[in-house]
Design a protein around this ligand. Structure first.
Ligand code: DAH
Length: 340
């Protein structure tokens, strides 16, 4: 018996030394001290030991059991500390490491000017209207006093979808949609994408426009000039002035081309304004009587003005970008420079 117990002792001693996790230790413990374990089997075997030897033998077995339990407990404590230590090591955070910052995007220059222009006109009481990009010939041309076969159609090389439908070539189509549905007073601003079959350093097949329309009793060209002056000062500098030059658009009469005094040289003449002191920025005019009539508005009672501008052009002027294609390439090195 003594020999057997010695063998168990040394097996336990050796086995414990080889355990590396608490799970392994538990399994080993069950092997000896579990219900069907080797030491438990010895305790059960006491029944068969002659009565006179039983107390001495029983003591030997319970001594081994007590010793084994103490060994397991000690190892358990050791492994527990080791596991905690390992976890600390693995989960250690180096607080001196530089943080990883998430890359944040910036707004596209065209979005920036669009937002700025909308804020400016909203401040003057304009409502925003957005019309469809696939438009009827009627809204894009005919109702704007550009009949089929009219030479003015050549000003806008249009993508037709069918004979009746096209990709709108100007946001002016929104004027008609608004006037058909709303009685004056009307004061709207209509931003959106427009399409023309054009592509070079200053033209893109898709670009953005912003249309404005005001219709009420007694509206004059002076109202247009006043609103544009305010717009120019807000978008560029408080010194910026506007100049109206006679022009032609089928949907306005009279029509004007609007220039801004050069924000770079203040009007003295520089490379940006090609030495003239002025930069052309938009087309405008008094809404043609025929256009009002087409929308069921009496031109003897109401008058109005309209204007339309290209947002890419304004972004190029404002940010000194000399080729429109930069605005469509989406090169992050360019885009990164524009922070709201
Ligand atoms: N629709 C014109 C264009 O795309 C711009 C324009 C000119 C709009 C005069 C207007 C206007 O409302 O009155 O070239």
């Amino acid at each position: 018996m003594q020999e057997k117990l010695d063998a168990i002792r040394s097996a336990i001693g050796e086995g414990i030394g080889q355990t590396n996790t608490r799970k392994e230790l538990f399994e080993l413990k069950m092997k000896y001290l579990g219900k069907t374990g080797e030491i438990s089997a010895l305790s059960k075997g006491m029944r068969d030991v002659p009565a006179e030897e039983r107390p001495a033998m029983g003591k030997l077995v319970s001594d081994v059991r007590a010793w084994a339990e103490a060994q397991f407990a000690e190892r358990e404590e050791f492994l527990k500390r080791k596991e905690i230590e390992e976890r600390y090591q693995n989960e250690k955070v180096d607080v001196t490491m530089p943080a990883r910052f998430a890359e944040t995007g910036t707004q596209h220059p065209v979005s920036l000017v669009k937002k700025e222009i909308i804020e400016c006109f909203e401040g003057m009481g304009f409502e925003i209207y957005e019309g469809p990009e696939i438009e009827k010939d009627y809204y894009n041309f005919q109702a704007l006093n550009i009949p089929a076969d009219h030479p003015a159609r050549d000003m806008q090389d249009t993508f037709f979808i069918t004979g009746e439908y096209l990709l709108r070539s100007q946001t002016s189509s929104g004027q008609i949609r608004v006037m058909e549905n709303k009685k004056p007073p009307i004061k709207i601003l209509s931003p959106g994408r427009v399409y023309r079959s054009d592509s070079d350093a200053t033209h893109s097949p898709m670009f953005h426009q912003m249309e404005g329309l005001v219709v009420d009793k007694g509206i004059t060209l002076c109202d247009l000039k006043g609103i544009l002056d305010e717009f120019a000062r807000r978008l560029f500098t408080s010194e910026t002035k506007t100049r109206l030059r006679p022009s032609y658009f089928p949907f306005t009469e009279p029509s004007v081309e609007v220039d801004l005094s050069c924000h770079n040289c203040g009007g003295k003449g520089c490379r940006i304004c090609k030495g003239t002191g002025w930069i052309e920025i938009l087309g405008a005019g008094m809404v043609n009587r025929r256009v009002l009539e087409n929308c069921g508005i009496d031109p003897d009672e109401y008058t109005g003005f309209a204007f339309g501008m290209g947002l890419e052009r304004i972004a190029m002027i404002k940010y000194g970008i000399n080729d429109m294609r930069y605005l469509f390439e989406n090169d992050v090195r360019l885009l990164k420079q524009f922070k709201d």
